[in-house]
Design a protein around this ligand. Structure first.
Ligand code: ADP
Ligand code: MG
Length: 391
């Protein structure tokens, strides 16, 4: 069997590694499937996406072109309907709203930046920014233009306020579109590649602006191609072929191609362990790869073979492979949740891991090199300090 096994029937039950929703999410996507039907046939662009977004978070969504990012954004904004599944924003199940209530709801609650800026060509920049305030009757009419000018000034566009979009550069149009998204002071900003058409200085300025808005309490979901911007947000979501890669897989295995991460996602097993409880019988490691999803995992080494080596604590998004243990002489004496609280671990079986390694020998070398580095680090760690060391 090849790693990238086509798996259509599986996707309804997939998303093994979607993080469970903690606390009260502001936005929840539950089992979103989107199938496009055309003369050429059907195409499923989102295959059962589950995701939560929390108030005040800055989340970036990345993925190859065609992976479903814009489709996902259109589900969140209500611009397009899912084939099945529910999107809840605050108290509202948005796809149950009528068209007219939806556009009012959208205008008041969401600031949207589209991938391809959509300023109205017959309106000046300032008129474009005033428009959402007019449509949703936000702010007293006499204040709207002043507010729009203030927003344009924030982006250095005050000199172009009365120009038509065509008379300014693409970057300036995009910046004006961002100003327009802020017009109604909506609590949620959804931006589809907002910096895609900007030079790097303007892009950095926009990103700083977004960070400021998050500090002021806004929630931002930003699709981006720019991995350096993505890495600066609170959380990264990877879409691959219409499926979301779990947060821990994305973080722990970020150097592998998205297709491989998706395969891992489909083969992971999830286990809960109570505080202090052992995951396996003493000394056993019946996994290829183990990844901590929550809580922490304590690995202790057999002191007959690894005298003086202190237990290692693995925290969320940290992993252990069987090569790490082989390197340590295959001698562990314990694998348990730390006494402080329960833990959740994700694992790949020995067989699945072996299949991956056989198919991609380069990956095997990567993991083996990592194991050698870990052995060195663990062997040198002071017993007390080891409790704070991850992998
Ligand atoms: P991304 O934004 O990640 O580049 P999209 O969400 O735009 O990807 O598209 C995901 C997939 O869905 C692509 O293969 C695209 O061709 C397809 N798709 C998007 N919109 C439509 C549509 N209206 N009709 C048919 N296929 C579509
Ligand atoms: Mg797109």
């Amino acid at each position: 069997m090849r790693l990238a096994d086509p798996l259509s029937p599986q996707y309804q039950t997939a998303s093994l590694e979607v993080s469970p929703c903690l606390g009260e999410p502001l936005i929840e996507m539950a089992n979103i499937v989107k199938t496009f039907k055309s003369a050429a046939g059907e195409f499923t662009a989102l295959k059962g996406v589950n995701a939560c977004f929390y108030p005040g978070e800055f989340v970036s969504v990345v993925g190859k072109s065609g992976s479903g990012k814009s489709t996902l954004v259109n589900m969140l904004t209500g611009i397009d309907h899912p084939t099945s599944g529910v999107v809840r924003v605050g108290e509202t199940r948005i796809h149950q709203l009528s068209e007219s209530r939806m556009s009012l709801w959208r205008g008041r609650n969401l600031g949207i930046v589209f991938q391809f800026f959509q300023l109205l060509p017959m309106l000046s920049l300032v008129e474009n920014v005033v428009l959402p305030m007019d449509l949703c009757e936000m702010y007293p009419p006499a204040e709207r233009e002043g507010r729009a000018l203030e927003l344009l000034r924030m982006f250095g566009l005050e000199g172009y306020a009365h120009s038509l979009p065509d008379a300014v550069s693409g970057g300036q149009q995009q910046t004006a579109a961002i100003a327009r998204a802020l017009a109604n002071d909506a609590p949620i900003i959804i931006a589809d590649e907002p910096t895609g058409n900007l030079d790097s200085r303007t892009a950095d300025g926009v990103f700083e602006m977004f960070k400021n808005l998050v500090r002021q309490g806004k929630t931002i979901i930003m699709v981006t191609h720019d991995s350096s911007l993505a890495s600066q947000t609170d959380r990264l979501m990877i879409l691959s072929d219409g499926e979301l890669i779990g947060e821990h897989v994305a973080r722990a295995l970020s150097s592998f191609p998205h297709k491989r991460l998706l395969w891992i996602e489909h083969h992971l097993h999830r286990q809960h362990i109570l505080a202090g409880e052992s995951l396996t019988a003493q000394g056993a490691f019946p996994y290829g790869l183990l990844l901590v999803a929550s809580g922490s995992l304590e690995v202790s080494f057999d002191q007959n073979r690894n005298a003086g080596i202190a237990p290692v604590i693995l925290r969320p998004s940290e992993l252990l492979t069987r090569y790490d243990l082989t390197q340590m002489g295959d001698a562990i004496s314990g694998l348990r949740a730390a006494p402080a609280g329960e833990a959740e671990v994700l694992s790949l079986s020995m067989e699945d891991f072996e299949q991956w390694m056989n198919e991609f020998p380069v990956d095997r070398e990567k993991f083996k090199a990592r194991a050698r580095q870990l052995q060195e680090k663990w062997s040198q760690a002071e017993p007390q300090a080891a409790a704070t060391e991850g992998a």
